[in-house]
Design a protein around this ligand. Sequence first.
Ligand SMILES: NC(=O)c1ccc[n+]([C@@H]2O[C@H](COP(=O)([O-])OP(=O)(O)OC[C@H]3O[C@@H](n4cnc5c(N)ncnc54)[C@H](O)[C@@H]3O)[C@@H](O)[C@H]2O)c1
Length: 325
Amino acid sequence: MSNKLPSISETTVAVVGLGLLGRGIATCLLGYGFRVIGYDRSSEAYVTARRYIEQGIGELVEHANFDPLLKQAWKDRYQESQCFDDLAPCDFVIESVVEDARIKQEVFSQIEKVVGLAVPIASNTSAIPITQLQETCQHPERFLGMHWAEPAHVTRFLELIRGEQTSDETVEISVALARRCGKDPVVLAKDSPGFIVNRLAYAMYREALLLVEEGVADVEMIDRSFRNACGLWATMCGPFRWMDLTGGPALYAKAMKPVLPTLSSATKLPDTLLRLAEKDAQGILNGQGFYDYTPKEAEQAEALFRKHAWNVRQLTDEYFPLEEE
Ligand SMILES: NC(=O)c1ccc[n+]([C@@H]2O[C@H](COP(=O)([O-])OP(=O)(O)OC[C@H]3O[C@@H](n4cnc5c(N)ncnc54)[C@H](O)[C@@H]3O)[C@@H](O)[C@H]2O)c1
């Protein structure tokens, strides 16, 4: 495998699965000048993705000073594909179908039948161990995890995860691709379910649900406290820098000791989460979540999130400029 990608305009990336994340990933790649082949099994997904990309490219022009010509130019570099065979010419594949190991592995097997041997295949799984996913691959050395975050064309976040069989070349190419599309990639030293960010987040969600179930505070109060405290520093630094800024290990060793035994270490899903999941609560998608949403409220919540994501991106780029590729 060559550890180089062609120039951006000559690099074709296939995005398999054009749902919430896949369409954002396609937007990001098209925004930065790559050729993109989008594949999904649902015809509706193509329509939604096209609308999303159009809007996302507009945001890149408006908020990140991308060339206004991009508003037309991406269309020539974007191909919608209804058939795996169309993926044959691509240089890199990003899979972003539903979070189900069996379905993902079936998709990898289809992809491996058509793409070249040297083409890396990255999975945007949120939490499935990469070593497990690559077990059924014909060429597991070109397989890795590439975990994006919503909105994928705005965030700098990208976790790259090597499984036990992933080659160094695959990781190197993926780092180069990530840098070329405005990301600040982190390569994990070890595969671990949930990787970095979802492990931290799931531990925090579990604790938030425990606070509700123990009657300490309601959902709205917890959200408000979190936003006003962690929301302030989490856009500037991580937990370790934050501890250093506010007393350091000496203080935290004292403060945490009596609290740790009271924190949740449950291994089963909290009842509050299960009850809502059983009702198919999909948050703003169907108006039912920890809060209820009218269609207008759902739209407003989404719009505020996008505006905020751009503000954070701009601040982060100012404080911590990205390395040039
Ligand atoms: N939602 C998030 O915030 C988030 C963040 C990071 C990673 N992820 C991960 O990204 C992946 C996709 O998540 P999403 O939120 O975009 O889901 P989604 O349900 O919005 O999209 C999944 C898409 O995959 C398509 N699909 C399903 N099976 C397919 C198949 N066999 N072949 C081709 N297309 C198929 C569906 O039609 C759908 O368009 C998951 O692995 C998820 O865990 C999600």
